[in-house]
Design a protein around this ligand. Structure first.
Ligand code: PLP
Length: 389
């Protein structure tokens, strides 16, 4: 017996776990103090009441012989695939069979690599959502890294080399920046010229406010020939605990790609759970949409308050407009771990050190607007007071 050494993620990555460990150590030694997290990627709003009713009804369905549902198929229940298709993808000429439902984009973003040859040249950006890199390494894939710069507003430049698989996260975690249609057009042209595939992680679609940022990559010409779009109910519908995601694999990428992927799914996966999928179905109801838009506005107001606070206190701030994340440049010569400890020790506010998203993040830290208004305001008061001195 020999264990799978790929899971050890060779290299010295400064992972999220280290952040949690330091916060826990601080809390254990300051038991009476209130530490406020601006670091969280989790949501603070509850799930919409209409979605909850749908999930309760789904529970009742399962307890009744007439309405009981069992295995739903490895690509998702038809009722939800069809709903997502009708609401989001039919208008782009995508077929129902190209839409899949699963249990989270974290898993989808790297399991999709199983569709491609093991020697495919994969590229990710630095900084990036670290799961693309670590998930690929666990699957024994090697990845190339493209640095993204502040001077380019954190939009990745088109490389000279050819890559087979390109990860783009927009709106981005961590930089909070979103690719415009023009930015994506350039990447789509590159991908189509090089026979590459873009894995487009669009889990923050409901946070988009800028008019030139597409809600789906398929709004951009040529995307159906090269892009796999990943979306999730996690952030927009507070499904971080419920777990339901979806993605699209257009057949235009390569004839037979869907047949092959369905073969994979049949052998590797039995689908997301019925209750979650019934909840996701109700996401598209008018009542749910109304409540969800209110939640999005709530987070956007948090983001606005946070932006104002950091700008006022002399920081350069990116993001927070099309994304729940603000990406803030460190202005006192510290690296991002030092800055994380500086905030924790002096004002008991948690920020995420940018280096956990890659070495290029070390001059930045990430702040999230997904917390409660009360905590956001209290954190802002502490920051204002600290920098007033
Ligand atoms: N993709 C990005 C860019 C994320 O930031 C996250 C969560 O933070 C995910 C995917 C995970 O989504 P899910 O909850 O659907 O697994």
């Amino acid at each position: 017996m020999k264990l799978n050494d790929n899971l050890n993620l060779k290299g010295n990555y400064k992972i999220f776990a280290n952040v949690s460990k330091e916060i826990k150590e601080y809390k254990d030694t300051h038991k009476d103090n209130k530490v406020i997290s601006l670091g969280i990627g989790d949501t603070s709003m509850p799930i919409s009441k209409n979605i909850i009713s749908s999930m309760k009804k789904a529970c009742d369905d399962l307890g009744n012989i007439e309405t009981f549902y069992g295995y739903g198929g490895s690509n998702g229940y038809d009722f939800l695939r069809e709903k997502i298709w009708e609401e989001e993808y039919k208008k782009f000429g995508i077929s129902k069979e190209e839409v899949y439902v699963a249990s989270g984009t974290k898993t989808d973003s790297t399991s999709i690599l199983e569709l491609f040859d093991i020697n495919s040249k994969i590229c990710i950006t630095n900084p990036m959502y670290p799961i693309y890199r670590d998930g690929a390494l666990c699957l024994n894939r090697s990845v190339s890294i493209l640095d993204i710069d502040e001077k380019d507003n954190f939009i990745c430049n088109i490389p000279k080399e050819k890559y087979d698989i390109i990860y783009i996260c927009s709106p981005s975690n961590p930089t909070g920046i979103a690719y415009t249609k023009d930015d994506l057009s350039k990447w789509i042209k590159y991908a189509n010229q090089n026979n590459s595939v873009i894995i487009f992680d669009n889990v923050y679609d409901y946070f988009i406010t800028s008019k030139d940022v597409p809600f789906s990559i398929y709004e951009v010409e040529g995307a159906k020939e090269c892009a796999i779009e990943l979306k999730s109910f996690s952030k927009k519908a507070s499904f971080t605990g419920v777990r339901c995601s979806y993605y699209v694999i257009p057949e235009e990428i390569c004839e037979g790609i869907n047949t092959l992927w369905k073969k994979r799914n049949i052998n590797r996966y039995n689908g997301a759970d019925y209750i979650a999928q019934k909840g996701a179905y109700a996401f598209y109801d008018k009542e749910s949409q109304k409540e969800i838009k209110e939640h999005m506005n709530y987070y956007k107001e948090n983001a606005k308050l946070l932006r104002e606070c950091f700008l006022k206190n002399g920081f350069k701030v990116y993001g927070g407009i099309d994304s729940p994340y603000l990406w803030i440049k460190i202005n006192n010569g510290m690296d991002s771990w030092e800055m994380f400890r500086y905030f924790l020790n002096n004002i008991e506010v948690v920020i995420v050190p940018g280096v956990v998203f890659g070495s290029k993040g070390d001059e930045f830290f990430r702040v999230s607007s997904l917390g409660s208004r009360e905590n956001t305001k209290e954190a802002i008061e502490r920051i204002d007071k600290f920098y007033e001195k």
